[in-house]
Design a protein. Structure first.
Length: 325
């Protein structure tokens, strides 16, 4: 059955007119699954309500339980405010300050839409750097890093200051992350990259790896992290690892078909079936990396469809749809 969804953006924002989309739905499809499909076409990183008539529908409701007719019209109300956007950014900055580009990358990975798209929904044509620069919620350091603005607090009695407050502040430093990705079973097939990251002495090798892999669109886990010939514990702080400014960490990853198979299965599991294109879109949405990028890291030059066909014991392809065996 075909239904029409009218997306209603916040009133007063002239940059957005009402958007109308037509989609096919099945009786077992849920409201949540429809929202996910809409997000692939029209990324919306804010709260949404699907409305039929005057009733807001719960995410778990199935379309088969509703009295629908062909061409039924729904309204998708988008609830977006600048405070919501600021809160989303603040959560990404709770651990450490980030550069504007890193903040934008993490935002896109977390919410499935770019910060620019979010600002356009809010009716703003400014860049992310301009937004955080004018917002009182954030502080931009001379180095260009964006952090949370410090709140003014009442004076404390000296005898109430805890030991944690007396500790020295974290030291800022720059760390070079040298990444080597090897494809399992393919000798000589490797990709290398070096990423320069701003960090603090309280960061961990794991957090730096995560940022470097996101920057290079590598959806695989590191096998080991080496500094000056010794393997590091990923949860130790850089200070504990005796890593200083200008240090270089060597990160090795092994890309395996099994890893990609599990990722694709994880995308398909909550959904009964997807087209190859939908599977590719959902993969990119979940892992922040196009699936062809993962295939290339595996040393494979084919398309996703060929990769799925080469594993008939894991996936079924019928009538253009992919499902789990």
């Amino acid at each position: 059955m075909k239904v029409q969804v009218n997306i209603e953006y916040p009133s007063g924002h002239q940059c957005h007119s009402e958007t109308k989309l037509t989609l096919d739905v099945k009786p077992f499809d849920s409201v949540a699954s429809l929202k996910q499909r809409l997000a692939l076409v029209e990324p919306i990183p804010f709260q949404q309500e699907l409305i039929l008539g005057d009733e807001a529908l719960a995410d778990q409701q199935k379309f088969g339980d509703l009295d629908l007719k062909e061409g039924q019209q729904f309204r998708l109300q988008v609830r977006a405010t600048e405070d919501m956007f600021g809160e989303q950014l603040a959560k990404l900055l709770q651990v450490r300050p980030l550069s504007v580009s890193e903040l934008g990358l993490l935002y896109c990975h977390q919410h499935g839409a770019t910060a620019i798209q979010a600002l356009e929904i809010l009716g703003s044509q400014e860049e992310l750097g301009d937004y955080v620069g004018r917002s009182k919620r954030f502080a931009v350091e001379k180095s260009g890093l964006v952090g949370l603005a410090q709140k003014t607090t009442a004076p404390q009695r000296l005898d109430c200051i805890s030991e944690a407050q007396e500790e020295e502040p974290a030291t800022s430093l720059v760390v070079q992350m040298h990444l080597t990705v090897r494809a399992e079973g393919r000798e000589g097939c490797a990709e290398e990259a070096t990423v320069s990251l701003k960090a603090t002495s309280t960061d961990t090798p794991r957090s730096l790896c995560q940022r470097a892999l996101e920057a290079e669109c590598i959806p695989f886990e590191p096998e080991d992290v080496v500094f000056q010939g010794r393997a590091l514990k990923l949860e130790d702080s850089l200070q504990q690892c005796k890593i200083g400014d200008g240090s270089q960490l060597h990160v090795t990853l092994v890309a395996t078909p099994e890893h990609l198979l599990k990722q694709l299965a994880g995308v398909l599991k909550p959904r009964k079936a997807l087209s190859v294109t939908e599977l590719s879109d959902h993969y990119c949405y979940k892992f922040g990396t196009p699936v062809f990028r993962s295939l290339r890291l595996l040393g494979l030059k084919g398309q996703l469809k060929e990769f799925l066909k080469s594993h008939p014991d894991r996936f079924s392809l019928e009538a253009g749809c992919v499902s789990l065996r």
